[in-house]
Ligand binder design. Structure first.
Ligand code: ADP
Ligand code: MG
Length: 554
């Protein structure tokens, strides 16, 4: 027999482990949901690979996860009969950080304040390594489906791990057993009652049945049935069940802001269950972040990057399960499938309709959603031509009339002045800065509302949204504002001086002095208190867009 080889953890793993072990984070329970979710993933991978190679599942096609407790030895094990890992896979998967989520987590940790890390663990979970929060040693025995070797990976989480051949008689017939030698403080995880509570709360809707063996030698007892929540009818699912499922699928520990569950039975048959999270995922603006809708075919997990939603809905979490695709659907087929493009349309519409209903019926919840995801939804105004008007109508804005609240474009149009053909906006980096801008003076003095746009995306969509209810979008920093046609509010009239002949010669003088720097100098109705302001020329970029392009090196 070969001796155990010793390996050193990748530097990132070592750092992560150190943080895990020393974290003061009190909710260590999350390790269990991470191990169970890995076990379920492994079962689903096996189901998927068995479509091509049925022999992998052999005579035992039913997926199982078994938790075994041993109070005397202070041990807890999580065993699955899924795909298992080869020696190379063990080293790759448990010795390095391959996953982008964990990388993003590490980066956030580096940049963040001390103490935030502990919070982040609970919020995002950081996979397998979280078991070192409760274990002083972890032994992973794994046998890849179809292989006649088994391997043992073992570590105390302090910098090294070892890999050695495992006794095939002791290994699971197929799949992985993760044995935790619990620390003294974590001995409660050998209590059946504790484990059952945690599993039901965190992993009750994992689509693989979970059983428990409460002491060595006793029979396994089922504690969850692995039935897929989404196949049930809406009326049979409680709010708590939806929430638990959402937590499992998103890894976030908040309440969903919106739940959309439906079954389509027209041209294509599919079920969809989708959630808008109650808070922002940490990588929302990561350029690599794509949609997070999982694709299932007849309850078999296929992929989570089937592009089931447009990019501007990338914050939505959930799944689609259809019976209209073959189980062995390939990557190319997924990209070109007319079935999927029709499902994509259907799901997108249902989600947007649900957001519209929320805006109508539950304003507070909608505004929370808007604060978290409005900047992403607005990308759709120029990416999704068909739904542009719908998305504009959903959008909410800070304006010169909004105070601390929000206004819709419908509100704006309703209160616009007679003869006002434009929706005026001012774009900039922050609300404080915008509210202090002299550009607003003439508009305030006439009681004309101006949208205050502070999201980076705003400068883009305004250029591409030609109109809303017949009014065009117009930057107040751009060209001559056609302000003089609107009367001043009564209390402003007295304070405004006339433009005199003296002004003409003064303007000529300034123009001469600044000839190289500015295109024109004009007397303007936009100012009532300040002496001067800079505006962009008609037909060029708005000032904020100019700044943005400059900073991007254009
Ligand atoms: P993630 O699940 O997000 O990939 P984890 O840290 O939870 O990250 O797990 C890392 C990797 O280890 C998984 O991607 C998988 O390849 C492997 N793995 C972990 N547990 C199991 C298991 N029970 N069966 C098979 N592979 C596993
Ligand atoms: Mg995982």
């Amino acid at each position: 027999e070969k001796p155990a080889e010793s390996h050193v953890f990748e530097a990132d793993v070592a750092r992560l482990l150190h943080m895990m072990v020393h974290s003061v984070y009190s909710d260590k329970d999350v390790f269990l949901r991470e191990l169970i979710s890995n076990a379920a993933d492994a079962c689903e991978k096996l189901r998927y690979e068995s479509i091509e190679t049925p022999s992998l599942s052999g005579s035992d096609p039913e997926s199982r996860i078994t938790l075994s407790l041993d109070e005397e030895r202070r041990e807890l094990s999580v065993e699955d009969n899924g795909i298992g890992m080869s020696r190379e896979e063990l080293i790759e998967a448990l010795g390095t950080i391959a996953r982008s989520g964990t990388r993003a987590f590490m980066e956030r940790l580096e940049s963040g304040k001390a103490g935030e890390g502990a919070q982040l663990i609970g919020q995002f979970g950081v996979g397998f390594y979280s078991c070192f929060m409760v274990a002083e040693r972890v032994d992973v025995v794994s046998r890849r489906a179809g292989s006649d070797e088994a391997w043992l990976w073992s570590s105390d989480g302090k910098g090294n791990y070892s890999v050695s051949p495992a006794d095939i008689a002791e290994a699971p017939p197929r799949g992985t057993r993760i044995l935790l030698h619990l620390t003294e403080e974590a001995k409660k995880y050998t209590s059946r009652w504790t484990i059952e509570q945690i599993v039901k709360e965190q992993s009750g809707h994992v689509p693989v049945a979970i059983s428990i063996v409460d002491k060595p030698g006793s029979e396994p007892v089922r504690i969850t049935d692995g039935s897929a929540l989404w196949t049930k009818s809406k009326n049979d699912v409680s709010k708590d069940e939806y929430r638990d499922f959402y937590r499992g699928i998103s890894g976030q520990y908040d309440e969903p802001a919106l739940t959309v569950h439906f079954r389509a039975e027209g041209r294509h048959e599919y079920s969809a269950l989708a959630f808008v999270p109650g808070s922002q995922p940490f990588d929302l603006f990561d350029p690599e972040r794509t949609g997070r809708m999982k694709l299932y075919v007849k309850r078999v997990f296929i992929t989570d990057d089937a592009g089931l939603l447009p990019r501007y809905l990338r914050f939505v979490r959930g799944l689609v399960d259809t019976s209209d695709l073959p189980l062995n659907v390939s990557r190319e087929m997924i990209q070109e499938s007319p079935v999927l493009s029709s499902i994509r349309k259907g799901v997108t519409s249902r989600i947007i309709t649900a957001i519209e209903k929320l805006a109508e019926n539950e304003e507070d919840t909608f505004l929370t959603l808007w604060k978290n995801f409005g900047a992403v939804l607005k990308e759709g105004i120029y990416e999704d031509f068909e739904r542009r008007t719908q998305l504009l109508a959903l959008s909410r804005f800070r304006t010169t009339a909004s105070g601390e609240g929000y206004r819709s474009l419908a509100d704006y149009v309703k209160d616009a002045k007679d003869g006002q053909g434009a929706i005026y906006y001012l774009a900039g980096a922050s609300l404080e800065q915008l509210r202090a801008s002299p550009q607003l003076e003439g508009f305030r003095a006439r009681g004309i509302e101006v949208l205050l746009l502070t999201d980076q995306i705003d400068s883009f969509w305004v250029m591409n949204a030609p109109e809303f209810e017949g009014k065009t979008f117009r930057s107040i920093t751009q060209g001559a504002a056609e302000l003089s046609q609107f009367p001043l509010l009564d209390n402003e009239k007295a304070s405004l001086p006339e433009t005199t002949a003296g002004a003409e010669s003064f303007i000529a003088f300034v123009k001469d002095k600044l000839a190289d720097q500015v295109a024109d100098v004009r007397a303007s109705a936009r100012l009532t208190e300040s002496a001067v302001c800079l505006v962009a020329t008609e037909g060029s970029y708005d000032r904020q867009m100019e700044k943005f392009l400059q900073s991007a090196g254009r």
